[in-house]
Design a protein around this ligand. Structure first.
Ligand code: FE2
Length: 263
């Protein structure tokens, strides 16, 4: 197995080696999974809602919280899959991929910029949709309700194959649980928006630089469906969630990281 630990001087916050991705069927006990489905199913999003659609990522996205029993069950999945008893939940968010105003769901191959270490991708609702799986380091995992794809999304490249449907009513809802190890900078945040934004601004380029060193190029929208329009969620502001860097900007970011690291 290749060593996935960071050794590059261009990375500000090096991450240790991670285990390979795994998929766990029937991950949550049935009763808890139904509760997760009910909570997320009741969110005010989707066609006709006032929630902004992210047209580049072709999805709606919201933060979500659960009661302790669900948090504990999710954390147990994470601890087992990532072979680490000291993991802590950083945050959850949930997304609904769906065609909207002609935009076609699309997920380019990338590594995450959110700065955390491990991600559970839990399929919550698959509605009128054939499988739209997830490649993690070239291994294709299917999205099946209550299946948890456990990956280290900052260190394992991931993306999805072409969207399998043109039915505007079809959609896929996924819950992301993001986890950190002890010592991670995320655990030092004080809970304010200011400290979060400051840390994200400092560390977020690690994800793109890591991907570039792995793949030989920056992540970019190389096959964005022509039907997809400018992102309405963040435009004209810079998008922290779905924006990715043009290759020509990569060297500038590497030089910036080197300077912060004292190189
Ligand atoms: Fe990702």
């Amino acid at each position: 197995m290749p060593n996935t630990a960071d050794i590059s001087p261009n990375i500000i916050f090096p991450l240790p080696e991670v285990p390979p991705p795994v998929a766990i069927k029937n991950a949550l006990p049935e009763e808890l999974f139904r509760e997760v489905q009910d909570i997320i199913g009741a969110l005010d999003w989707g066609p006709g809602s006032s929630d902004k659609y992210h047209s580049i990522a072709s999805r709606w996205s919201q933060n979500v919280q659960f009661r302790p029993e669900i948090n504990d069950a999710m954390l147990s999945i994470a601890k087992e899959a990532f072979q680490d008893d000291e993991l802590e939940l950083a945050f959850y968010y949930t997304v609904r991929y769906q065609m909207h105003e002609g935009n076609i769901p699309y997920l380019w191959t990338h590594m995450d910029q959110n700065g955390c270490q491990h991600t559970i991708d839990l399929c919550v609702i698959k509605h009128k949709l054939d499988d739209w799986g997830l490649y993690v380091d070239d291994q294709l995992f299917s999205e099946e309700e209550n299946q948890a794809i456990c990956m280290s999304s900052c260190q394992q490249s991931h993306g999805r194959p072409p969207y399998p449907s043109r039915d505007p009513e079809a959609y896929l809802v996924v819950l992301f649980g993001i986890y950190t190890k002890p010592g991670h900078w995320w655990r030092d945040l004080d809970g304010t928006e200011e400290s979060f934004m400051e840390a994200i601004d400092k560390y977020r380029w690690d994800g793109d630089i890591r991907y570039a060193e792995y793949a030989g190029n920056a992540p970019y929208f190389n096959d964005l469906p022509p039907e997809n329009k400018e992102c309405q969620a963040y435009a004209p502001k810079e998008c922290h969630e779905c924006w990715t860097i043009p290759e020509e900007m990569l060297n500038e970011k590497i030089e910036r990281n080197k300077k912060i690291n004292g190189f």
